[in-house]
Design a protein around this ligand. Structure first.
Ligand code: GLY
Ligand code: MN
Ligand code: MN
Length: 444
């Protein structure tokens, strides 16, 4: 399995600590277990910041980083080994494992945190934490601070500054290392395979969830624990619902099906959309819209390179789509005016992409000092223009209504432009029709 090597986690912790102010401490909790009902839990997914710094997969754990601490800078609180619980729920690293396998300098039972952590915070000037994202943990943190304050008359020194960790950490996460790109390539490869399988299986009379099952099969077969987000399998007019999740309608002859789905490998997401005809052949209207979206995506790729700013790719898609809609008679007027008045938003109402990484809509600022961010090597993003013609749009001829097309790929900025990670899925009309025709011949 392709994964992030242990040495990288250590490098990340060092890089973060190097940016922290002197005499400070950073504290991060693992994701809580979410209860589904009674004693059934939701599938556990580690918190991305916690995972980024530790690779430690268990719940009920807290990372503490104290740059310059003589007895070790990286302290991990985690569950103790417990033969009875491990028999029921699976193995735990325990404190020995935290040190041996996860590089902690020191490890303590999570049940001892109230006794130990105030002593580690005491005397530090600053506390870095993800304030606001986990209210229960924020309360615990204040309790620990208050323990120190209550001993002020004995000479205890509580910290005076509380700093949001997100700014430092999320900027680090925005720049993907070679190891991260490798994992993202693998997630993209498996997701591409899943889209191909769904294309090959596509038939009128099946349900949207039948195709979702094909995706899930490839995800799991490829070693993914879960999709990076709820798969969107949207046939016919459902393709005009941007985050459609119901996935239970019947696939009809003559309709398109839009699939937006990607898996997660070692907590790194992929995010692919393809839109194809259920019966394997695009109608003239479907083809016209599809090729317009594809041309806008090509124009966007050309705007992704170091020193281009974040919004250039989006602007390129808006221009191509607006001009194309005028040509097809779906918009009337001057292209520049239609762009200025945002008339295209009736058909293209979302942005051309987002940062991609451990979270599908990944962390990282889009603007710095009020200006669009300039792209740099290692930034990963999606490129996903779309056109959605509402089923009840009375301003366009009937033949266009209910057509929704999105095409989405994942890219990483390189020295000379960008690497497309998701090129493994066919994308042109000819390629998709050929793949689907071959699948039908084989099945017949
Ligand atoms: N899958 C959600 C998105 O494309 O942003
Ligand atoms: Mn996306
Ligand atoms: Mn998507």
């Amino acid at each position: 399995m392709i994964h992030i090597p242990k040495s990288e986690y250590s490098r990340r912790r060092k890089a973060l600590m190097a940016q922290m102010e002197p005499n400070s401490i950073a504290i991060l909790p693992a994701a809580a277990v979410a209860i589904r009902n009674r004693d059934v839990e939701h599938v556990y997914r580690q918190d991305s910041d916690f995972q980024y710094l530790s690779g430690f997969p268990e719940p009920q754990a807290v990372i503490v980083l104290i740059p310059g601490r003589e007895h070790g800078e990286y302290i991990l609180f985690c569950r103790e080994r417990n033969a009875e619980r491990e028999l029921w729920d699976g193995l735990r690293a325990g404190q020995e494992g935290a040190i041996r396998d996860f590089g902690a300098d020191d490890a303590f039972p999570i049940t001892d945190i109230d006794d130990i952590l105030p002593g580690l915070i005491e005397g530090r000037d600053r506390v870095y934490s993800a304030m606001g994202s986990n209210p229960e943990f924020d309360r615990h943190l204040m309790d620990w601070i208050n323990v120190i304050r209550s001993k002020a008359n004995l000479g205890a020194q509580p910290p005076n500054e509380f700093v949001a960790l997100d700014h430092l950490l999320h900027d680090m996460r925005l720049y993907k290392s070679a190891a991260e790109v490798k994992v993202m390539r693998e997630a993209a490869r498996i997701s591409a395979q899943a889209h191909i399988r769904a294309m090959q299986a596509s038939r009128a009379g099946l349900h949207e969830f039948s195709l979702e099952a094909e995706l899930d099969y490839e995800f799991r077969k490829g070693g993914a624990k879960m999709p990076a987000y709820g798969s969107i399998v949207a046939a016919g007019r459902n393709s005009c619902i941007l985050h459609y999740q119901q996935n239970d309608a019947v696939l009809k002859d003559g309709d398109l099906v839009l699939i937006d789905a990607g898996c997660e490998i070692d907590c790194y997401a992929s995010d692919i959309t393809r839109t194809w005809p259920v019966n394997g052949k695009y109608s003239p209207e479907q083809k016209a819209i599809y090729e317009l979206v594809l041309a806008s995506q090509e124009a966007a790729f050309a705007e992704i390179a170091p020193n281009k700013h974040w919004n250039q790719a989006h602007e390129a898609t808006v221009r191509v789509i607006t001009a194309g809609l005028v040509k097809l008679g779906l918009l009337q007027g001057e292209v520049d005016e239609l762009i200025a008045s945002e008339a295209y938003k009736a058909f293209y109402m979302h942005r051309a992409g987002h940062w991609l990484g451990m979270d599908v809509h990944d962390v990282g600022e889009y603007k710095v000092g009020g200006e669009w961010r300039v792209l740099e090597v290692g930034m990963a993003l999606t490129v996903e223009p779309g056109i959605y013609i509402a089923p009840d749009n009375q301003n366009v001829a009937k033949k266009w209504r209910g057509i929704g097309v999105r095409i989405e790929d994942d890219v990483v900025v390189t020295k000379t432009g960008c690497e497309i990670l998701t090129n493994g899925v066919p994308k042109t009309v000819a390629e998709i029709e050929a793949l689907m025709a071959a699948a039908r011949t084989q099945a017949a």
